[in-house]
Design a protein around this ligand. Structure first.
Ligand SMILES: Nc1ncnc2c1ncn2[C@@H]1O[C@H](COP(=O)(O)OP(=O)(O)OP(=O)(O)O)[C@@H](O)[C@H]1O
Length: 463
């Protein structure tokens, strides 16, 4: 792997940095100074740079660039240089903690600073190397994330059914990604250059479905002032996805069946059947077998649609993918709106693995969105996601490692609480060194005493 060059961006008091910069040049760093965020972006356009050095004025505690407002700047691992007296201010400590990889207090030992910058660069490269495993479609918007064996099976099924022309019934709980799967089937099929149209059978008023699907001729009924081409005809050469097919009224089920048999539509009020070359995909989160037994769904249509079936797994069946999925949505939302949040704490990942996700991936999407608004620190905590454990070990725990993690978290929390957050005393009580306890506090994301960490282990989010 070719490592990116030792590019360094500096910001803040140039005179204060002068000597340090001069010496760092001797260590092979290529250095550019930015006087504002705009110039920093221009520099980044010219030479990608993953580490930065900035000074903080102890009297104002203001950062030299609006790092928080630009995701490209907050992607940089910053090392702050600050006079020791500046650290007495809580606001400054908080700024450093939230924005920087580390800080140094003058007099600067450039050999140590070089090592620190080197480490910051290595961490930033790791961040960049974190690739989200996906099944990519032609359109970036429709990436399916996950490379667990369960998802690999889904991808193989998608690839197989994509090449066929028969209808596909996509089943799975609500929010598992059925519509995304339908997109993937279309995008991997020979019809990929044709239209992909979606009809939510549960959302259309019953009186309108017929004309929405099949179209109508002018004057076919009161209010039909002009001819309307239905969505089936609009899908010529492409794919029609009928979501919530279980909600299709019985009378329309007959029409749909007829269409699937001979691939011709008859507009409402029309006399001539029109051939349409379209592939139908249908999805349901209800059990159609049961709907058939209850008489709510036609058996013949069920068999016609169910030639090929794709079952999209519930999220709890592929929890191995939870981290990649969470990072994917985090990355997506931080592109939409720059954030100073860097990713998820270890505790948060642990809790996400234990949660049962009744709302599946849609629930995850919503929780990640919420957490990015609620998070007050650099790393998202379980509480930010609304997943804090209220009653000790949660009932979702299923692996030994998870049980250990949860027990460790509880033990550390109570030891810290008993010792009023005195880490030394808590470490003595727990029988571990102070350094080990600091590591564990960071691992579980439970640091809450207001002081900056000397070093942050960040559960990196890919950007
Ligand atoms: N594997 C995945 N990778 C990335 N995003 C996903 C994945 N699965 C689902 N999503 C996202 O989760 C959300 C819900 O997915 P989708 O609408 O496809 O679910 P659904 O099963 O069709 O839901 P419903 O049954 O309620 O219609 C969407 O924002 C979708 O993009």
């Amino acid at each position: 792997m070719i490592e990116p060059a030792r590019q360094l961006i500096t910001a803040g008091n140039k005179t204060f940095l002068h000597n340090t910069v001069k010496q760092l040049l001797g260590y092979g760093w290529s250095i550019n100074h930015a006087i504002n965020a705009h110039q920093a972006m221009e520099l980044l356009d010219k030479a990608p740079c993953r580490v930065g050095l900035l000074t903080i004025d102890p009297s104002t505690s203001i950062l030299p660039l609006e790092i928080d407002s630009h995701s490209r700047l907050s992607d940089i691992s910053w090392v702050a240089i600050i006079e020791r007296n500046g650290l007495s201010q809580e606001k400054t400590r908080e700024r450093i903690f939230n924005t920087c990889y580390a800080y140094q207090v003058p007099p600067i030992d450039v050999r140590k600073l070089d090592t620190l910058m080197e480490n910051a660069l290595a961490m930033a490269n790791l961040k960049g190397a974190h690739r989200i495993p996906t099944l990519s479609c032609l359109d970036d918007e429709y990436h399916i994330v996950g490379d667990s064996p369960t998802m690999q099976r889904l991808y193989r099924t998608i690839a197989k059914v994509a090449c066929a022309s028969a209808p596909v019934l996509i089943t799975g709980e609500s929010g598992t990604g059925k519509e995304l799967t339908a997109h993937a089937i279309h995008n991997h099929s020979p019809r990929r250059h044709g239209p992909f149209n979606v009809v939510n059978c549960g959302a259309l008023p019953p009186g309108l479905i017929q004309s929405e699907l099949f179209g109508h001729e002018k004057g076919a009924f009161t209010g039909a002032n002009q001819r309307k081409v239905g969505i089936i005809e609009h899908s010529q050469g492409g794919t029609l996805f009928l979501d919530e097919i279980g909600d299709l009224p019985l009378d329309l089920q007959v029409n749909l069946l007829r269409f699937l048999e001979d691939l011709k539509v008859l507009r409402v009020g029309g006399l001539k059947e029109i051939p349409v070359d379209v592939r139908v995909l249908a999805a349901t989160h209800v059990n159609l077998d049961e709907a058939v037994s209850r008489g709510d769904f036609r058996e013949d249509l069920y068999h016609r649609l169910n030639v090929l079936q794709v079952r999209v797994p519930a999220l709890r069946e592929h929890l191995e993918d939870i981290e990649a999925l969470a990072h994917f949505f985090f990355q997506k939302f931080s592109t939409e709106k720059p954030t100073r949040v860097c990713g998820f704490s270890h505790a948060c990942i642990t809790v996400m693995r234990q949660h049962r996700w009744p709302g599946n991936i849609r629930e995850l999407v919503n929780r990640v969105r919420r957490s990015m608004v609620m998070c007050e620190q650099r790393l998202i905590t379980p509480a930010d996601m609304g997943l804090e454990r209220r009653h000790g070990l949660s009932r979702g725990i299923d692996t030994l490692q998870q049980v250990r993690d949860a027990a460790e978290l509880e033990a550390i929390r109570s030891a810290l609480a008993r010792n009023k957050h005195n880490v030394l005393r808590a470490s003595l009580e727990l029988g571990v060194s102070r350094v080990t306890l600091y590591r564990l506090i960071e691992k579980h994301g439970i640091a809450k005493n207001g002081c900056p960490h000397e070093r942050q282990t960040i559960h990196v989010s890919p950007r």
